[in-house]
Design a protein around this ligand. Structure first.
Ligand SMILES: Nc1ncnc2c1ncn2[C@@H]1O[C@H](COP(=O)(O)OP(=O)(O)O)[C@@H](O)[C@H]1O
Ligand SMILES: [Mg+2]
Length: 647
């Protein structure tokens, strides 16, 4: 019964002028169960013919039939399936995968064929034991001798049944003793019913075969039968499962496993590839955490100020440099506002700068006249003594509350300031309290501030009714917008239609801060995006190098039945794994940065959000897929013969 048949095939290499014909009009058929040797000198076209027979290569012209079906009409998956399940290849240089153990190498064709793990491991072990390698199943190829490696590759060829075994110079790299052993093994396989095609340039080796085909310069010059064709019992190929989702899962699991091995086999390179992703992800997560931490802190401070107050200041807007020239805001404005139904209370404040003196110490600072509500509204807390009382304000008492800076400056020896009398521009003030340092993060405060009742401030210090701001507390149940609109109208009419003041409520401050930090975040995201892009291109670069470097490995995988999909999947998984591990390491690195930051910087904490971490990991996965796709696709579309020819 004829199993393989080539009719009038031609094979050319090269184009145009440099075109050479390697096979000329080769026609032959090979019967089931036969042992055929193809012999000829080096360069005569034996390997080329063998590759065509094994569906690794295609003829330039002519037809090739496998069990009566033209191979020319098959798609790449069908060819891969033939290579994996009908043929078994044995190469001169063994072509085992260096990162896999002997057992894994032998089992690999069954992985691609879709045999269950338990079955394929059992069969691989059985085959290795039969070939005398039962003790070497866990050794990698580099730990085996040439003869042992060739036996592993024979076991691999048998893995999926090996109905037709194609051996290209199987003894070429072995000493004569190991060579004899290999040939005896092959004889035995033929006796068991496997069809055997051996390519050799050695007449002695050809002597083992039943039929010898000699080719010279691409032409068959003789075809002799030396022994009768053996009868052969029917197919022994083991049944396979495939096409279920279990098959897909199994394929994925194996590809994953092999990707991990490939990454571990090149630790340094994998680490360097990851570096771009690590730095990108770590900086994004850290910066977002910094932004979030400071924003939370600022918003907490604003909330501490209370949300139902409005500040009214002279000038056009916040930061108006000429605001000192506007002298129109007076204590009468404040009184008028206090009478409105939508306002709970109004506190004017006025400030003057000058020098504070206590005994021999003097310092420059500002003295601010305020109402008793000021401290609550500003969220200032008391450290010592008492705050201003309504009586202090009503009676315009010459009492003062110092901030922590002033207390430190004027009382450097740690005396208790409460009860002491200090001078401000020669006016005596009795210190009644000291405030705690505010936990605000608006930057360091170097200014000294002292507060006194605004009534006393106007009467004793400035002697004028002009004030620097009014803080109003909105009545309960009135919205900030309405109150703001109303008081603006009232003050504008009091100032004869001129709006020489502006208002600021904490809500609008909050909005400003939020929009500022959002802008910052957008900016940072853009920078992060660029750095991740650079990292991704790095990954693509290394993956392309890796594909080039592992071309031979890809060729071997294809020769033993890997479909394009399997190769694509594996390289894609490798790229995604590298990026994902990089992402995880990046997140861990930024957690470390955060821990250090929170330990040494007390102004505000770095705040990590789950969302940013999840997003970072998702990002690194997407980068892996996007930038891994091109190299993976390139790997999967390699031509098996060319890939195998790569050194
Ligand atoms: N990819 C290729 N491109 C060009 N020429 C090739 C290629 N592969 C093989 N050849 C040529 O084809 C001829 C036959 O090669 P091959 O089949 O490997 O010979 P053998 O296995 O008999 O030594 C040689 O002359 C070789 O140089
Ligand atoms: Mg050859």
């Amino acid at each position: 019964m004829i199993t393989l048949e080539v009719k009038n095939i031609q094979k050319y290499y090269g184009e145009g002028e440099s075109r050479v014909q390697v096979l000329k009009n080769v026609t032959l058929s090979i019967e089931k169960g036969d042992f055929v040797a193809i012999i000829g000198q080096s360069g005569s076209g034996k390997s080329t013919l063998m590759n065509i027979l094994g569906c690794l290569d295609t003829p330039s012209d002519g037809s090739y039939l496998v069990d009566g079906i033209p191979a020319g009409g098959m798609d790449s998956d069908a060819l891969a399936r033939l290579r994996g399940e009908k043929f078994g290849f044995i190469f001169q240089r063994y072509n085992l995968l260096a990162s896999l153990s002997a057992l894994e190498n032998v089992a690999l064709p069954a992985v691609y064929a879709g045999t269950a793990k338990r079955d394929r491991d059992a069969r691989a072990r059985e085959l290795l034991t039969e070939l005398g390698l039962g003790a070497k199943t866990q050794n990698t190829p580099s730990e085996l001798s040439g003869g042992q490696q060739q036996r592993v590759s024979i076991a691999r060829a048998m893995m999926n049944g090996g109905e037709i075994i194609l051996a290209d110079e199987p003894t070429g790299a072995l000493d004569s003793h190991s060579g004899e052993n290999v040939m005896k093994l092959l004889m035995q396989l033929n006796a068991e019913g496997h069809t055997l095609i051996v390519v050799t340039h050695d007449r002695h080796i050809a002597g083992y075969a039943s039929r010898i085909i000699e080719i010279k310069d691409g032409e068959v010059i003789s075809d002799q039968r030396k022994a009768p064709l053996r009868e052969r019992q029917e197919n022994t190929t083991s049944p396979l499962f495939r096409s279920s989702w279990r098959y897909m899962r199994d394929q994925f699991g194996e590809a994953f496993h092999m990707s991990v091995q490939a990454i571990l086999a090149h630790k340094m390179r994998s680490l360097l590839t990851m570096l771009g992703i690590i730095i990108g992800i770590a900086s994004v997560v850290s910066v977002v955490a910094l932004g979030l931490g400071s924003q939370e802190k600022i918003l907490a401070n604003i909330n501490a100020m209370g949300t139902n107050t409005i500040d009214i200041m002279p000038g056009k807007s916040f930061g108006d440099r000429n605001s000192a020239r506007y002298k129109t805001l007076t204590v009468y404005d404040s009184d008028a506002l206090a009478e409105q139904s939508y306002i709970d209370s109004a506190t004017p404040s006025a400030s003057a700068s000058g020098s504070f003196v206590y005994r021999s110490v003097s310092a420059t600072g500002s003295l601010t006249g305020v109402g008793e509500q000021y401290f609550t509204v500003r969220g200032l807390e008391l450290a010592k003594g008492r705050l201003l009382t309504p009586e202090d304000v009503a009676q315009a008492r010459a009492v003062a509350v110092l901030d922590d800076n002033t207390a430190r400056e004027l009382f450097p020896n740690g005396e208790n300031p409460v009860g002491a009398v200090i001078l401000f521009n020669r006016h005596p003030l009795e210190v009644v309290g000291v405030t705690k340092a505010p936990n605000a993060s608006f930057g360091p405060r170097s200014t000294l501030t002292v507060w006194m009742p605004y009534t006393a401030h106007m009467a004793r210090i400035t002697g004028s009714q002009t004030i620097s701001s009014i803080t109003v507390k909105i009545a309960d149940g009135v919205s900030a917008q309405i109150a703001e609109k109303e008081l603006t109208r009232l003050l504008t009419s009091r100032h004869r239609g001129v709006t020489d003041f502006f208002t600021m409520n904490t809500d609008s401050i909050r909005q400003t801060i939020e929009s500022t930090t959002n802008t910052m975040r957008l900016l940072i995201s853009c920078i992060a995006f660029i750095s991740l892009l650079v990292g991704g291109i790095g990954v693509m670069n290394i993956m392309l190098v890796s594909v080039t470097e592992r071309t031979r490995e890809i060729g071997v995988r294809m020769a033993i039945g890997a479909r394009q999909f399997n190769v694509l999947q594996q390289f894609l998984i490798e790229a995604v794994l590298i990026c994902l591990i990089g992402g995880v390491v990046g997140v861990l690195a930024s957690a470390l940065i955060g821990a250090l930051f929170n330990r040494f910087v007390s102004d505000f904490p770095m705040s990590f959000s789950t969302a940013s971490i999840v997003l970072a990991l998702a990002c690194s996965t997407v980068i892996g897929v996007i930038f891994g796709y091109m190299p993976a696709r390139r790997a999967s579309q390699l031509n098996p013969v060319e890939a195998l020819a790569q050194e």
